[in-house]
Design a protein around this ligand. Sequence first.
Ligand code: URP
Ligand code: ZN
Ligand code: ZN
Length: 454
Amino acid sequence: MSVLIKNGKIVSSEKIFSGDILVSEGKIVKIANNIAIPDNCEFIDAEGQYIFPGGIDPHVHMHLPTFAGYSSDNFYTGSKAALYGGTTTLIDFVTPRKGQSLPDALAERKKEAENCLTDYTFHVSPISWHKGLKDEIKECVNQGVTSFKVYTAYKKSIGLDDNELFKVMQDIAEIGALLTVHAELGDDIEDLRNRFFEEGKISPKYHALSRPPETEYKAVKKIIEFAKKTNCKVYFVHISTGKSAEIIQNAQIRDLQIFAETCPQYLMINDEKLIGKFYNTVKFVFSPPPRKEQDNEKLWNALFENVILTVGTDHCPFTFEQKLLGKNDFRKIPNGAGGVEHRMSLLYTYGVFQNKISLNDFVKITSTNAAKIFGLYPQKGEIAVGSDADLIIWNEKNDVISAKTNHQNCDLNIYEGIKISGKPEIVIKAGKIVLSENKLSQKISSGRYLSRTL
Ligand code: URP
Ligand code: ZN
Ligand code: ZN
């Protein structure tokens, strides 16, 4: 079965033009004016509506095991929410257990993701350096993984110390893969957390106060120095401060291969949300924490200036019941919040509508840049003949975000009450209409594991 979309305003990463798109066997097969309707073809009249490539969220944590249980979305529920928001590809993570090899952990994670409705791939996380790690990384590359994620926070469980980090970066650089990194100074944070708790400072706002801006930007600085020495390509996930963006920009000027991502929460939310009662503030406990309004503005500007190239969500929701574990100790609140459904709507409403980013930048930030950085381009990230037929027909209707109406599996929503002026009217995934009239089709086939190459 083919699908013909007529008269849309097609927005690619470089151009905006009117035309028709013919889709067949999961691929875009023709883009032209006045394409005749073939036999046995579904027809969509998109007169006057924007058509974007399906979104790629490069940072989600579905079914993430934590001390508070799994993050509340599994691959099925989380990918449903993603489709409602126009995201057709997800990049999640593989975190091995202590002693487990990276390829074994990858095989296990692939099984967990089998019911994912979007296409998907993974960043694989070395949680220690050991002899033989390089071979494990090579094996993952053979299995289609080209990006490897490390944490400099969470040292007690999955974080690396400087010595290990340096060696991991050497290995990754030699293989020619990409390091993705959660940059926070884990030891400094741990000291502050414990000090606050011992002083009886137990409420959610101490989560943010124990992770001050310098714990991010000093980590960013250090990793850039390591990148210089090892020649390792680096992608910083969830950059939250203006100062980090400035440091990254300086490194990019020096011709280092440094990429950066921010998230809607660092563009839209500031630390005032942590003032108040536990009940109202606990949902804003995520890492890095919300910063100042000036940081929000600086990050918008870094997007505008192409210093930050992508917006991922770090989708990692926990229910109120899970968050309640930290009622008397902020250190026990599971870190994370959902957002996979809202990423594109928020960027459209608060980015494009407010003239902070252009329509082409919107496409780059939500899709093309991630495809290019993570080895998915031109299969993903573009409206072009030969690319996968993952397409969104956009609608500029107004709506208000709420946990009551969102599709993630969570009773909390950090964007509660925020107005949006745009969301998908029709989503096409692998050439099939999977969402229309705000309803998902009953018969969506599972997404595919995307094998990437260096
Ligand atoms: O608070 C967050 N971000 N939780 C998910 C794990 C991470 O650090 O990305
Ligand atoms: Zn992180
Ligand atoms: Zn994350």
